[in-house]
Ligand binder design. Sequence first.
Ligand SMILES: C=C1C[C@]23C[C@@]1(O)CC[C@H]2[C@@]12CCC[C@@](C)(C(=O)O1)[C@H]2[C@@H]3C(=O)O
Ligand SMILES: O=C(O)CCC(=O)C(=O)O
Ligand SMILES: [Fe+2]
Length: 372
Amino acid sequence: MPSRASDSMRAQPVYFHHKQLDLSRVKKLPDSHAWTTAPPKDDYPRGELLNVETVPVVDLADKNAQDLLGHACRTWGVFQVKNHGISKNLLEEIESAGKGLFSLPMHQKLKAARSPEGVSGYGVARISSFFPKLMWSEGFTIVGSPLEHARQLWPHDYHKFCNVMKEYEKEMKKLAGKLMWLILGSLGVTEEEVKWASPKGAFEGGNAAIQLNSYPACPEPDRAMGLAAHTDSTILTILHQNNTSGLQVLRDGGAGWVTVPPLPGALVVNIGDLLHILSNGLYPSVLHRAVVNRTRHRFSVAYLYGPPSGVTISPLQKLVDQGRPPLYRPVTWTEYLGTKAKHFDKALSLVRVCAPLNGFGDANDHQSVTVG
Ligand SMILES: C=C1C[C@]23C[C@@]1(O)CC[C@H]2[C@@]12CCC[C@@](C)(C(=O)O1)[C@H]2[C@@H]3C(=O)O
Ligand SMILES: O=C(O)CCC(=O)C(=O)O
Ligand SMILES: [Fe+2]
């Protein structure tokens, strides 16, 4: 059983067969990055014109925040939060730390490359191996301390980066704990019913990864894909995006891909597969992707939050009875990440033990996933 956060996330070897291109210098879309089923042009203006619903925005200072979050989890699987307690200054600092990293010369970034068996470091999207074409993005994953990689990137000046990441991790963990209580509260679940919430309390024992994403401006955005459609293997993911849109979520039954517009100071929260399991399918994980654009360089920072190593996640007792049998078998995060690494969009179905009551498949089973 893994004893550290990094071990918990390592069970997912991914092998890269492609050389990392310096996307910000490429003037013409190479065939390796040309997707045949291209993402449609930005859906947001169309959605606005047609008066289509938009992703819920919840003010955490609102006295009805718990109910509003519950509704957003049930109906969208994604929402934006305001008054979340993360300072503007910290959001600016993490954004500028990410920009600093991605603007380094490629040979320098490759000094901190993620190893095939590793989880931390610089590289292409892990899910690349499931697609025939490459994505128009680069990423840097941090699990535990980024010290070793930061030293390779900035031999004389690595402290600033490490300090910002440490502070971000600390503040995000607090916010994740707060969101956990609100979300579980909206399901009628109390502290005593989730053993791993304590002894540290406030879900402090949870594991997390920080994922910095960079999507350079792209010469042919309509034929490229920033990050292909996926659900996160987390309980929840808290995402900061810079002032450039690109994140889209799949809204079944009409609107299709809906853009999650960057709102100054707001953070996006995605429901991941483990909350889908915990809630016995009541709060489905959301299928999302990132598209790119011709003129602007987009950045995002994902805080991927999950349970402590070794803790098994299964449908909460309170949400299970004779009429609602458990739909999923118990899994640890390590085991689930391993299943996801091997089977990608089939992972949730593979841990399912019963057909869902509503007759619909899991979020991962969407038919409209773009495959290249
Ligand atoms: C904890 C994790 C979730 C993640 C795999 C990882 O070990 C670290 C990176 C995460 C990320 C970020 C981009 C999308 C994603 C699908 C991927 O390829 O790497 C997620 C993984 C996930 O949620 O399964
Ligand atoms: O960049 C984005 O908006 C999406 C990133 C994402 O989905 C992820 O890091 O898991
Ligand atoms: Fe994601």
